[in-house]
Design a binder for this molecule. Structure first.
Ligand SMILES: Cc1cc2nc3c(=O)[nH]c(=O)nc-3n(C[C@H](O)[C@H](O)[C@H](O)COP(=O)(O)OP(=O)(O)OC[C@H]3O[C@@H](n4cnc5c(N)ncnc54)[C@H](O)[C@@H]3O)c2cc1C
Length: 439
């Protein structure tokens, strides 16, 4: 059985729960058809909404078969889906006999007001999430607001349905509603309070911080005294919160684990200065500590053992998960053929340059490194410009179909490569991508 199937079935069953209760207890209402449909939209919308904390709560059992990026995107689409259902609910009620009074009059019962406010806040929350970067809203502020609004929306929607909902008059339905609210509350408290507290009691310490290129840093972390680093697959990522006094910010960010599980005793991340937080990463010092939550993700060659001929395509900092895999192949003496097409501005910007060529020379894996430089020095004799169809065809010698592709880099490189591979006939299931953003 496909491993994700049990999660999907459970999720669908949860959606059906209120309808099962209604059918099972032969609960009839004598409202018209439109009002019945309106009620069902509200029931489904509420269940989708109340399951959102479970989707956003980074639970490994749920994430494992899909990957966190897919789960977070699903969480986003489900939020929009819930909003659509809940937006249609009052419109259908108005059309089914409630009249315009229900929509526009100020003189409606207090619990109807709560429903209206919940719907308004839901639309605000979704708008802020979809347009966070265009609104230049700092991620940390967005996340705080997102959580606070989510709690408020669920409480308001619950109270509205409890008092306004005809179906909520029967005891089993009340029972289901209380269980759903309780589960959402426990999930939220666990994700935001209990888990961080527990992880905080097993802090890793910064062993050293090295400059890899002029704006990229390698941070090595040692596990707590007497513990081993946690298990992960090469290519996975984790969430790190650095605790550095000196007035440096304390934020949780996600970075690939660029070391390999074969490198015992420590884990490392390779971090590029890209924004306000990462520009402080070079000020991290040995002895600082970090809370670690991971591993996550499905971008690992170990999950696709059937692929025996690999092409890694990367740009800039996107090399980190591929490097973890290459280090793993080196240390396990893998003889897999791997072609690495790596785009950078110039030779100085090439992250892990020396180690990549050492792995190539070592013969494990059978690696060929092709650097593609957009601003090379005059004497550069290798590939110039950007990764394009000609370069992919040249180095894969036109043999696309039997290969597994791993792509990580800026969104432009990923989009372009996906288009080229599609044109060249690479099967979708053999193309694996890692995008460095969940939004
Ligand atoms: C799966 C994955 C793996 C990654 N691996 C690496 C890696 O190995 N090396 C590397 O250098 N970068 C990696 N990144 C990107 C890295 O997470 C961002 O560059 C970094 O969080 C930006 O932080 P900033 O505040 O300095 O930048 P800003 O310019 O302030 O933010 C840029 C964008 O980063 C996102 N972001 C900002 N703060 C947070 C936060 N606290 N939590 C989550 N997202 C945030 C937002 O989308 C924001 O729009 C990875 C991202 C993902 C999703």
């Amino acid at each position: 059985m496909w491993p994700g199937l049990s999660r999907i079935i459970l999720h669908l069953l949860a959606f059906c729960a209120p309808f099962i209760v209604i059918i099972f207890f032969h609960f009839h209402s004598d409202h018209g058809l439109l009002s019945e449909i309106a009620k069902n939209f509200a029931l489904l919308g509420f269940v989708v909404l109340i399951l959102q904390p479970v989707l956003g709560g980074r639970f490994k059992w749920i994430e494992r078969p899909f990957g966190l990026d897919i789960l977070f995107r699903y969480h986003k689409y489900m939020g929009v889906f819930a909003a659509c259902l809940l937006l249609i609910h009052p419109l259908l009620l108005a059309a089914g006999g409630g009249g315009l009074h229900l929509l526009f009059s100020l003189n409606v019962p207090w619990y109807i007001w709560l429903g209206k406010i919940a719907l308004f806040l839901l639309l605000v929350n979704i708008g802020l999430s979809l347009y966070q970067s265009s609104l230049h809203l700092k991620f940390e502020k967005w996340r705080l607001g997102h959580d606070a609004l989510a709690v408020l929306i669920i409480v308001l929607a619950f109270t509205h349905s409890w008092f306004a909902g005809h179906d909520l008059k029967i005891l089993p339905m009340k029972f289901l509603w209380v269980i759903a609210l309780g589960a959402a509350a426990v999930t939220f408290v666990y994700h935001r309070i209990i888990r961080p507290y527990r992880l905080g009691r097993h802090k890793y310490s910064v062993a050293d911080v090295q400059a890899e290129t002029k704006n990229v840093w390698i941070v090595n972390l040692s596990p707590p005294e007497g513990e081993k680093p946690y298990d992960f697959l090469p290519g996975q990522f984790h969430f790190l919160t650095f605790h550095r006094d000196r007035n440096l910010p304390e934020e949780e960010h996600h970075w690939t684990i660029s070391s390999s599980p074969t490198q015992k005793g420590y884990i490392s991340s390779t971090i590029k200065e890209l924004g306000d937080f990462t520009s402080t990463i070079g000020q991290t010092r040995p002895g600082d500590t970090a809370t670690v939550h991971g591993p996550f993700g499905r971008f690992s060659y170990l999950l696709h053992p059937e692929e025996k001929d690999l092409v890694f395509i990367s740009g800039g900092i996107g090399i980190t998960p591929l490097m973890s895999m290459l280090r793993h192949m080196r240390d396990t003496q893998s003889t897999l053929p791997v072609l690495l097409l790596y785009a950078s501005e110039d030779e100085e910007e090439v992250i892990f340059r020396q180690e990549l060529f050492e792995i190539e020379a070592g013969g494990f894996p059978r690696l060929k490194v092709v650097l593609v430089l957009s601003k090379p020095r005059k004497d550069w004799s290798g590939e110039k410009g950007y990764i394009n169809r000609k370069i992919i065809e040249k180095y894969t010698e036109g043999r696309i179909k039997g290969k597994g592709f791993y792509i990580c880099g800026p969104p432009g490189l990923i989009d372009l490569t996906l288009r080229i591979l599609g044109e060249l006939g690479a099967p979708d299931e053999r193309i694996h991508i890692e995008i460095f953003s969940f939004l």
